[in-house]
Design a protein around this ligand. Structure first.
Ligand SMILES: C[S@@+](CC[C@H](N)C(=O)[O-])C[C@H]1O[C@@H](n2cnc3c(N)ncnc32)[C@H](O)[C@@H]1O
Length: 282
């Protein structure tokens, strides 16, 4: 397992995923009762885009670099973009990009909490350094397997919150592992919101994943996807998606208002499009 998120930091998938993450965190913070978040595949937490790894692929050039200088964005995109701007050392210069645990920590209030896991030793050491949370009682970091963490840490002690599942998809069995882990997790923490990111190369594995979820997820779930071109080539990343189980109220409308705007910045050809639908158990 050699996946290093630094190669992909700030790319299209990160923008899509972290924008939705910010919307979910904003919804959780609207109620005064504490919430918890389990970030199962946390990564290093914060990325310097000038490092060799980020410079090698420069994925951020196709992602956040296309948006960071915009003066006007849809209201639902404003908080995410403001946070990315806040992470830069110099105004007007894109150099840093935050990872999911950094974004989540930013939204924690006094009694909220974050459990962030990564099983890769080097990444975990970076996570410890970048989150700088040794004395922060709200944050617990673990060098641990994501799917074991879902058994160990659910239900969240706050009894409300989010589980973010963002695997590298290097293994063929990843979709299957997610489904298996979700079955147990949903027994333990039925009321939680679950956000699962996935890559889209060609449609069959994604369709199969949705069908499996539909066979056992007891609640409605939202499918949101951004395709940069047709999803008919198993060898290239053509887009990405997220399944959101127990989506918060009005999230679907919020996403619908902004996705058509967002996809225009990332389109590779005329087949670029978005998908948004709520599904429930048959
Ligand atoms: C896509 S990256 C995560 C990015 C991060 N969620 C973000 O948005 O900033 C996937 C991470 O999962 C880690 N990883 C891979 N397999 C894992 C497993 N079984 N359990 C926990 N972490 C794992 C990798 O080391 C990598 O850092």
């Amino acid at each position: 397992m050699n996946y290093q998120h630094a190669f992909h930091a700030g790319g299209v998938s990160d923008v899509f995923k972290h924008w939705i993450l910010v919307l979910l965190l904003e919804k959780l913070s609207q109620k005064p009762t504490p919430f918890g978040v389990l970030d199962t595949h946390a990564g290093a937490g914060f990325y310097d885009l000038s490092t060799e790894r980020s410079q090698k692929t420069q994925e951020y050039q196709e992602g956040i670099a296309r948006l960071i200088h915009l003066k006007e964005v849809p209201p639902a995109f404003a908080s995410y973009l403001a946070l990315i701007k806040q992470c830069q050392g110099l105004p007007d210069k894109l150099q840093h990009y935050p990872g999911s645990p950094y974004i989540i920590k930013h939204y924690l209030r006094e009694h909220d909490s974050l459990i962030a896991c990564d099983s890769h030793p080097e990444t975990y050491r970076w996570l410890q350094r970048n989150l700088d949370a040794k004395y922060d009682k709200r944050v617990a970091l673990h060098e641990q397997d994501a799917y074991l963490a879902m058994k160990a840490f659910l239900p969240l002690k706050e009894k409300r919150g989010l589980v973010l599942i963002d695997p590298p998809f290097e293994k063929e069995r990843e979709f299957q592992q997610i489904s298996e882990a979700l079955k147990t997790a949903l027994h333990r923490f039925q009321q939680g919101t679950y956000a699962i990111w996935y890559p889209i190369k060609h449609r069959p594995p994604v369709r199969a994943f949705h069908e499996v979820l539909q066979s056992f997820v007891p609640h409605q779930f939202l499918i949101v996807e951004l395709l940069r071109r047709n999803d008919n080539d198993a060898k290239t990343l053509n887009g990405c998606g997220m399944v959101i189980i127990n989506p918060p109220w009005e999230l679907q409308e919020t996403l619908a208002s902004t996705l058509p705007w967002l996809v225009k910045y990332f389109a590779i050809d005329d087949n670029a499009r978005t998908e948004l639908r709520l599904t429930r158990r048959d």
